[in-house]
Write a protein that binds this ligand. Sequence first.
Ligand code: NI
Length: 229
Amino acid sequence: MLLHIRQVLTRDELRSARAILDRAAWADGRVTAGAQSALAKKNEQLDQEGEAAKALRPIVMQGLNRNADFFSAALPKRVFPPLFNRYGGAANAFGNHVDNAVRFLPGTVGERVRTDISCTLFLAEPDEYDGGELVIEDTFGPQRVKLPAGDMVLYPGTSVHRVDPVTRGHRVASFFWVESMVRSDEQRRLLYEMDRHLMHLRGTVGEADPGVIGLTGTYHNLLRAWADM
Ligand code: NI
């Protein structure tokens, strides 16, 4: 499932994040790439352990933690600490690749995150740069994604994807992965759709409607059956 989540960050959070990003020191993005994707990767990243990344991460996590749509769609078990990248100038693209299935959590003794869901949170406005679309190969064909600053896209970690060359300005984003309580993309999609329909029904027929109560039970029973904790 490919999902656009709007306004994950507020205007104030975005301003704070940009103030940090605009004075941060950027390094070669190949430090977090596997051998194969390093060949395709031409961008810049913030040092994961640097002051800028440390100051930015809580801003992103705060946005995620209050976002009901993110929770409903991702059903997160673990979120990889958000990383930050920049495309522009000579480091302006990332060719087709698949993200590594498993990533080690920095600062732990071998704890791992299975990358069920890939996330990109856009931190530059679309009119600040040309190109730089995130292109995700999907069963419906390639999906080209370029979102307003503060908005985020979720897509299956299994997808082949790329970032097209930035030909003017800089594209700044946060990217990270989610290990979901529900491993199957298909099951997560069913739960997400059911949750949305239930929210609609609560608004129209009310919380106390026997059908709403029954379907809420079915939602939770499916989650109980499919979730692995
Ligand atoms: Ni990737």
